[in-house]
Write a protein of this length. Structure first.
Length: 607
């Protein structure tokens, strides 16, 4: 957010957090809207029966065409893709130096390629150099033979070279180097991919693309291919290594493909939208982009495809890989020496919701039940004990305030209150069965901040607790876990201020939390601490009533509820009895009752 963010940081240090809470939330909403709503991406999917297929498969040989087919949805599908990147990758050979022991071992194995790098070293015989020679002092400073060779021979003038020929000895040193392979990545915005991907990869050996869209941090030059940085999944795929299977290793790619089509048809599973021909086969199903929080559903579909195509050599290691690299069209496969090409059968994309509902409905229900159990188990774990810092030591405490601790000990009391807040937060998610649409980012921030306060700033534990909460929610969200970790980092700054003075932290009022999380009256009834003033007063009235009732019972007096229950009982046992007679019977047992009281109870019951 730049200068605006710095200005708010400054005012926070001067005034505390509470003064600027509303303004900060408005900025967060602006940031969220600028990031782009992803719900409309579902509209890019087409039902199976409505898919339009090409009359003939369209061949493509360019990596640019491949990227347009797979990631063309970004142009109109995302409002802001400044941080999203298409990833290209290349497997390069390079040699690294090894010591003599490693050289002998690799040499005996004979599996890796070894080269030798020649270096020169220069040494002087100082005893033969005249003391009055102008280069005598320079010889004494030449302690490193390899650097000496560069200084005196490579970069030296004729007089130095002549001096070396008289008083120096040049040796050749052969350094063994072993061949290794390293994957180098390039991160493209859609516009830069259009301009440079052909230049960077076409005709090159062993080049790849990433199958999902990822989030990067250009401002920090932080570019990495990580599963936690996936923003959308837009492809289902299967790598078919049929050449490893005895039944198919001698067959041609097209013949194996026809058998695969037959197998898919028998299972009622739709055919792929693209097929790429490297050494084996790459089958690709274009789908409408789905956000990363649905990764578990994406994995289910991947496993479903693998279960069907396993006999043909479907690679099991690629099934759950969220950032899997597949071969780029127009590049060379180093083992076959052939150029990779592909065929496209349609411009449409399958509707992911239709696929998951039709082929994985049972698995989805099982996963939902499993997540529900996890939420309850997590909630139960919070009810046992939690770790706090007391007297400089980590101790386990129950979530109740000890009478032995003075109430002016703000850190101790704060720990108890924060733990109750954490427990209420988990309980709220459980009540809503994980459906926290619109609240996930705020919930994750609260969990991180409160955990920091409880554990005296254990950042790793705070992130882990936040991660558990993140994955317990089945909702639509605009941020991945990596983004959540980045955007909730202010929790650490808030904790440091709270540590200095407990009034300066993110001390949200209960009314504020109820409003921001939209906690209903019914939900508040089962909360420990997250409740508005109205619910607080209701509980106070209940407590007062219970205390008065117990007090009356202890003193032998009769309460109105007990009197009413006795009147109803006597009336039911003596139907038709007049009110004054009922009053007499009740008075004998309870010590008090009048005709008017009986008639009032009857009037209320008839209503």
């Amino acid at each position: 957010m730049g200068k605006l963010s710095e200005a708010f940081d400054l005012t926070e240090r001067q005034w505390g957090f509470s003064f600027f809470e509303e303004q900060k939330l408005k900025i967060e909403e602006i940031k969220k809207s600028s990031w782009g709503n992803r719900d409309h991406l579902n509209q890019l999917g087409t039902l199976i029966e409505d898919m339009k297929w090409h009359d003939k498969p369209i061949r493509f040989f360019s990596p640019l065409k491949q990227m347009e087919l797979y990631f063309g949805w970004m142009k109109d599908g995302v409002g802001d893709y400044r941080t999203r990147r298409i990833i290209g990758a290349k497997l390069d050979d390079y040699f690294v130096p090894i010591n003599e022991e490693e050289y002998e071992k690799i040499k005996n194995e004979g599996k890796k390629e070894i080269r030798f790098k020649t270096k020169h070293a220069l040494e002087f015989d100082l005893s033969s150099v005249p003391v009055d020679h102008p280069y005598h002092f320079g010889c004494m400073l030449s302690m490193y033979p390899e650097e000496s060779y560069i200084d005196w021979v490579v970069n030296g003038d004729e007089s130095k070279k002549e001096f070396v020929s008289q008083y120096g000895t040049i040796k050749e040193i052969k350094i063994p180097m072993v061949k290794q392979r390293k994957m180098t990545h390039k991160f493209y915005t859609p516009s830069k991919a259009k301009r440079f991907i052909v230049r960077d990869f076409k005709g090159k050996k062993d080049s790849y693309y990433n199958t999902s869209m990822t989030y990067q941090i250009p401002s920090k030059r932080d570019f990495r291919r990580l599963g936690e940085r996936v923003t959308e999944f837009c492809l289902l795929f299967s790598e078919i290594d049929f050449y490893k299977e005895k039944a198919y290793k001698h067959m041609k790619q097209k013949d194996v493909l026809q058998l695969i089509y037959k197998e898919l048809d028998e299972h009622g599973f739709p055919r792929p939208t693209e097929v790429v021909y490297p050494r084996g086969l790459h089958l690709v199903w274009k789908i409408n982009p789905i956000p990363s929080y649905r990764s578990w559903e994406w994995v289910m579909m991947q496993k479903k495809i693998h279960s069907i195509l396993k006999p043909f050599g479907s690679d099991a290691q690629t099934v759950t890989d969220k950032v899997r690299l597949l071969r780029l069209v127009g590049t060379i496969h180093s083992k076959t020496g052939k150029k990779i090409w592909g065929q496209s059968y349609t411009d449409d994309r399958y509707s992911f919701d239709e696929l998951i509902g039709k082929f994985c409905s049972e698995e989805v229900e099982k996963e939902k039940k499993k997540r529900e159990k996890n939420r309850k188990r997590y909630e139960k774990s919070l009810e046992k004990k939690f770790e706090v810092i007391e007297g400089g030591k980590r101790v386990l405490k129950q979530a109740s305030i000890s009478k032995e601790k003075p109430l002016h000990d703000s850190n101790y009391v704060g720990n108890i209150i924060h733990e109750k807040y954490r427990r209420d937060l988990v309980h709220l998610i459980n009540l809503r069965e994980g459906n926290m649409d619109g609240y996930r980012e705020f919930c994750c921030f609260l969990m991180r901040y409160w955990t920091l306060c409880i554990t005296d700033g254990q950042t790793v534990k705070a992130i882990r607790e936040m991660e558990k909460l993140y994955y317990s929610m089945d909702i639509k969200g605009d941020y991945t876990l990596q983004e959540i970790i980045s955007y909730t980092k202010s929790a650490e700054r808030g904790f440091k201020l709270w540590k200095k003075n407990w009034r300066n932290g993110y001390s949200y009022r209960n009314d504020t939390l109820v409003e921001k999380l939209d906690i209903t009256k019914e939900e508040q009834k089962s909360m420990w601490i997250m409740m508005d003033e109205e619910e607080t007063k209701r509980r106070e009235r209940e407590r007062d009533y219970t205390k008065k009732k117990e007090k009356r019972k202890a003193s032998g007096s009769v309460g109105n509820d007990e009197l009413r229950e006795e009147i109803i009982r006597v009336t039911e046992e003596n139907p038709g009895m007049k009110s004054y007679k009922v009053a007499e019977l009740v008075k004998k047992k309870m010590g008090k009752c009048s005709k008017n009281t009986v008639e009032k109870v009857w009037a209320r019951e008839t209503k």
